[in-house]
Design a protein around this ligand. Sequence first.
Ligand SMILES: Nc1ncnc2c1ncn2[C@@H]1O[C@H](COP(=O)(O)OP(=O)(O)OP(=O)(O)O)[C@@H](O)[C@H]1O
Ligand SMILES: O=P(O)(O)OC[C@H]1O[C@H](OP(=O)(O)OP(=O)(O)O)[C@H](O)[C@@H]1O
Ligand SMILES: [Mg+2]
Length: 284
Amino acid sequence: MTDLLRIAVPNKGQLSEPAVAMLREAGYRQRKDSRDLVLLDPDNGAEFFFLRPRDIAVYVGEGILNVGITGRDMLLDSGAPVEELLPLGFGGSTFRFAARNGSSMTVEDLAGKRIATSYEGLLTSYLAERGIDARVIHLDGAVESSIQLGVADVVADVVSTGTTLRQAGLEPFGEPILVSEAVVIRRKGAPDDPKVEQLLRRLRGVLVARDYVMMDYDVHAERLEEATALTPGMEGPTVSPLHREGWVAVRAMVPRRDAQRIMDDLWEIGARAILVTDIYACRL
Ligand SMILES: Nc1ncnc2c1ncn2[C@@H]1O[C@H](COP(=O)(O)OP(=O)(O)OP(=O)(O)O)[C@@H](O)[C@H]1O
Ligand SMILES: O=P(O)(O)OC[C@H]1O[C@H](OP(=O)(O)OP(=O)(O)O)[C@H](O)[C@@H]1O
Ligand SMILES: [Mg+2]
């Protein structure tokens, strides 16, 4: 049992469901009851610990758990000795300053202001790096209300769609302090571990299966160069002979978002029987 990979997964919040969905797609057993705190997956040599996203960097930094999934903003805020291994493409957000609509604040106006945030570590290091002397007010959540309620002049908070800011009558200003998404983390300087490598390969496989589709088509051999320029694939497309004089069959992975345009372009150069299928799983 000692060589199980111990993985921290957010138990609540914005990252919890997408993290669980991704692990499930990668073939791991996942909890069915959102109150489960630990889940053993002996077939895959893994044990999952469901923890608050904010605490995950602490457990991983202490070396208690091998790897974890959390937000880049949370890992930097924690100051824990952890490093990012793989961005996961969900939980995307920016960490930004905001103030009342029409206040036309800039970063130069921050000195002497009260700034409310749940990410005190991120904010204080930003201010310290720029030598800005401001008062940091730590709040646990719903930070956007603090200006209306008179406890702060400015907020530094997570912005995704911007809806929460708008509803609170606030507008962002300045460049984003940080661009964040969900990431896999491990303790800084941890030795290479084949079990971690296997987890990352599985997760990369999920990312590719989400972002790419498989495209098959038939084309006249004379147009093959043009066709393969449209579908270069990962390491070059597979080209097989067709039981029809002068024609070949081609198979290549293409980015999902470009699939329809590529099909149109292939049609224009005479390709036919163009098929697109989902990739269920892969290792590249
Ligand atoms: N609206 C959002 N869209 C996408 N990602 C978000 C959003 N809000 C937060 N995040 C990201 O999700 C991660 C965890 O934030 P979350 O809000 O779930 O935790 P929390 O605020 O500690 O928990 P809770 O909101 O349950 O108190 C952070 O990395 C953050 O950047
Ligand atoms: O830009 P938006 O799409 O509106 O999303 C951003 C909001 O989402 C998160 O709030 P959450 O629901 O986690 O509540 P919290 O403030 O209590 O953390 C975050 O803290 C922002 O308030
Ligand atoms: Mg939140």
